[in-house]
Design a protein around this ligand. Structure first.
Ligand code: PHE
Length: 345
């Protein structure tokens, strides 16, 4: 048998087989068939022993060259298959960026949070710290230490949601002020605002909500006076309602402050002349405040002969309603996007 012919015909059939190979597996099998131990090419080597010593090297070289040629053919096909497989994979995983994306608009901070952040920034600028506390409070922190003992009639001012006999959902953020005074141990001056959620047992309607947001403030130092309170609240009123606003104090009652005041701001709509928004009074009530009651200072470790302070409590929803003419407090909590989107920053 002529070796050259044999190799040629093997090569031809290998080429033919390679052309139909579809994947790596089939290629592996083909490689075994044409180059493995039992392959015809390997079998050819057996004829060596029948050859003379002069013929052997040339024969061996032919077989080796054939081997290399076959390997080269198989490797070339391997590259083709790999590329084909990769192309198929890429095609399968392609994302069609030309497809229409569903319409979506990014969210933004809720109006209440915007107002809280705005007021926080204002107070940070005046050297205040922001303090937060638990929404589930003890009766002790929410009432007792604020001069509201168990049978005090003023407890009715804040209808409460009790969890146990001694724990309730806080009715104001004043307990955060108590906690801060206790934390400072009656020694350091206090200058804080306490924003957060509060809860009252109220039937929800246009002006009442069983849950709302408050920002309360407390300043305790050796020389803190009522004029400091008035100056501070005037800054707040001007910041929120415009530089021309004026404020006035009216006497009021809170168990934790003495004296206590209700704070009014001149109506931004009529500039204090009188209109339907301010019910012809020229003023709109915005918050409650007062000088911290001596008893409250004492119960939280501050000596009222050395320290005195002021406190105020702002209802955030009420402010927002006044500022933007919102007629129903429930708008803040029903999350109607037509409402929320009007206040995108
Ligand atoms: N804690 C009072 C309330 O929630 C608000 C307030 C705070 C009033 C501080 C006066 C001084 O009703």
């Amino acid at each position: 048998m002529n070796v050259d012919n044999k190799i040629e015909s093997l090569k031809a059939s290998l080429e033919e087989a390679l052309a139909t190979v579809e994947n790596q597996n089939e290629l592996q099998q083909l490689k075994a068939t044409y180059l493995g131990k039992k392959s015809e090419l390997t079998q050819l080597m057996r004829h060596m022993k029948d050859l003379s010593n002069e013929e052997k090297p040339a024969f061996g070289q032919k077989i080796n060259e054939a081997k290399q040629a076959f390997e080269a053919l198989i490797d070339a096909q391997k590259v083709i298959i790999q590329k084909r497989e990769m192309d198929a994979l890429l095609k399968k995983e392609t994302i069609d960026v030309t497809l229409d994306a569903p319409d979506f608009s990014p969210g933004s901070a809720h109006l209440l949070n915007q107002i809280i952040e705005d007021i926080e920034d204002l107070f940070i600028g005046m050297g205040y710290q922001i303090k937060e506390g638990p929404e589930i409070e003890t009766d002790l922190m929410n009432f007792e230490k604020l001069n509201l003992p168990k049978d005090h009639p003023a407890r009715d001012m804040q209808d409460s949601l009790y969890i146990t006999e001694d724990t309730l959902l806080r009715t104001h953020t004043s307990p955060v002020q108590v906690r801060t005074m206790l934390e400072y141990g009656g020694k350091k001056p206090v200058k804080i605002i306490c924003p957060g959620k509060v809860y009252r047992r109220d039937d929800d309607d246009a002006t009442h909500s069983h849950q709302f947001m408050q920002i309360e403030g407390l300043v305790v130092d050796k020389e803190t006076t009522m004029s400091d309170l008035k100056g501070t609240l005037l800054v707040v009123a001007k910041h929120l309602f415009g530089p021309d606003r004026k404020i006035r104090f009216r006497p009021d009652y809170f168990p934790f402050t003495e004296p206590s005041v209700e704070v009014d701001v001149t109506c931004a709509n009529c500039d204090g002349v009188g209109c339907s928004i301010c019910k012809q009074t020229g003023y709109i009530e915005i918050l409650g405040a007062g000088m911290v009651n001596d008893k409250v200072l004492k119960m939280s470790g501050y000596d009222p002969n050395i320290y005195q302070g002021f406190a105020f409590g702002i209802g955030v929803e009420r402010l927002a309603m006044l500022k933007y003419g919102i007629e129903d407090i429930r708008h803040f909590y029903t999350n109607d996007l037509r409402f929320n989107k009007q206040f995108k920053r």
